[in-house]
Design a protein. Structure first.
Length: 481
């Protein structure tokens, strides 16, 4: 039986000097690094009055932008209107770490658990989607700081090395033992690593959203910001969506509101917001760069259930920064999106401790930005789909943190569903099958706390899943990325 021992990161919280963490965060902006930019587009005016359209897209994040763009690419004559409640990229699409992964199902293990019959095909479709996404970025000349060097997964606990060795035999993946890992990155925290070269790209997430925004406008999509959709009804064969100052009559509607409440009440318990947090450093000096290596601009992640993600950022002045986030995934009682939760000082301090334990050679480096955001989490941890009003309304949500790439596929699926097309995509079990809803409060809060504790316990027990996690696996609410 595996012994129960604190993880590397749990030990870091006890051994790293709190004064070092406090100093590193002393002058940190509580603001999103990506959005703190002069490149942010000027806001568009809200919808005022009435308008009609062939397709209405509700939501101006990645899912909505990809849906609108693909709709115009399929049929340039189709009139498309997009409503955004706030500003393009102001929520999840501009707040994430910029990892754009091929997986449509939050990792091969999670896909195997939920959709074993089609998991292999979904892996192929995910890789195709990522290739098409990159091609679109290049075709529209979207300047989103695209990096195509993949991701290095690292073992921080001894038992994780076996997992990496096993995967290291696969095509386009390269295993590094402790002796050779320094050629990729220098940290005594890392036991071994696996460089996966073709299933992830890195982007500046806000610049990607703004680039899609510009491409949509160029193709004729009519976009209205500060136009929150407040109701969805049907009248005289048309769908009617109201905003505070306007109304849209649409033949078809694609709902892309993700973590925010759906206009279809039946989705109320299908997603919950979980909050994730990120730090970005000041630019590293040449000496600090040399001290950590990381010459290839790849992403970095560890293998714990409570995992971190990290990546380089080349800023507008050519400075080399590090983004470091993850670990805590926080659910608040009531399950509402609340900007008051977008900062969490305890998590910032915890992340700083983990960072300096990982890279003690960077002691004295400060963080320039810290922020958080809400992730739309569903019980199977990847997107689900729905149709309503006799096929006039499609819905997609539940990406659970992997929406940068999968949202493009989600838009494709919604367009196929709205067209009434029966093809391989619309017949996928992934598309037809719904996840289990979350229970109402207080059961939802209790369940999330139990899941979080069980995942942490598994990390301390060499990855062994206890009774609670095995039960969740059996009922279709388990998570294994």
């Amino acid at each position: 039986m595996p012994t129960t021992t604190p993880t590397f990161f749990e030990n870091a919280e006890k051994t790293v000097d709190p004064a070092l963490c406090a100093q590193s965060l002393r002058n940190t902006k509580r603001a999103v690094y990506w959005l703190d930019s002069p490149l942010r587009p000027a806001p568009l005016p809200p919808l005022r009055g009435e308008t009609s359209t062939d397709l209405l897209v509700v939501g101006g994040g990645y899912t909505g932008l990809w849906t609108a763009l693909q709709a115009k690419e399929r049929d340039p004559e189709r009139d498309v209107v997009l409503l955004e409640a706030g500003w393009i990229a102001s929520e999840a699409s501009g707040r994430n770490g910029g990892f754009c992964e091929a997986s449509l199902v939050h990792g091969e293990s999670n896909g195997e658990q939920h959709l074993p019959k089609e998991n292999a095909r979904l892996t192929e479709l995910g890789l195709e989607n990522l290739a098409e996404l990159v091609e679109t970025i290049k075709r529209y000349d979207i300047d989103c700081d695209l990096l195509e060097e993949g991701t290095l997964a690292v073992a921080t606990e001894r038992h994780q090395d076996a997992w990496l060795r096993e995967e290291g035999t696969e095509e386009n993946k390269e295993y590094f033992d402790t002796e050779h890992l320094d050629s990729m990155i220098k940290s005594e925290a890392f036991i071994s690593g696996l460089w996966s070269k073709e299933d992830t790209v890195l982007v500046n997430p806000a610049k990607l959203a703004w680039g899609l925004f510009a491409a949509c406008l160029k193709l004729g999509v009519r976009i209205f910001e500060q136009s929150k959709a407040t109701s969805l009804t049907e009248a005289n064969g048309k769908m009617v969506v109201e905003t505070p100052e306007g109304k849209v009559f649409a033949a078809k509607v694609a709902l892309a509101t993700n973590v925010f409440p759906s206009l279809l009440k039946r989705h109320a318990l299908m997603t919950v917001p979980v909050y994730d947090y990120v730090l970005v450093t000041e630019p590293l000096s040449e000496e600090q760069r040399a001290a950590i290596g990381w010459a290839t601009p790849h992403g970095l992640t560890d293998l714990n259930n409570r995992f971190h993600y990290s990546r380089p950022i080349i800023d507008e002045n050519g400075g080399w920064r590090i983004l470091y986030g993850g670990y805590d995934a926080v659910y608040h009682f009531g399950g509402k999106v609340n900007p008051d939760h977008y900062n969490r000082e305890g998590t910032y301090t915890k992340l700083a401790a983990h960072f300096f334990a990982t890279f003690p050679q960077l002691e004295g480096l400060a963080f320039s930005h810290a922020w958080g955001g809400a992730i739309d989490t569903c019980s199977r941890f990847f997107s689900f789909f729905d149709l309503a009003y006799d096929g006039k309304v499609a819905y997609c949500a539940g990406f659970t943190g992997l929406g940068v790439g999968a949202s493009r596929f989600g838009g494709r699926v919604m367009l196929d569903l709205l067209s009434g097309t029966k093809n391989e995509i619309t017949e996928l079990e992934m598309v037809r099958k719904k996840p289990l809803p979350f229970p109402p409060e207080p059961a939802a809060w209790i369940g999330v706390q139990l899941m979080t504790a069980a995942l942490a316990r598994a990390d301390r027990r060499e990855g062994e899943r206890g009774l609670f996690l095995k039960t969740m696996d059996a009922v279709g609410m388990g998570f294994d990325s």
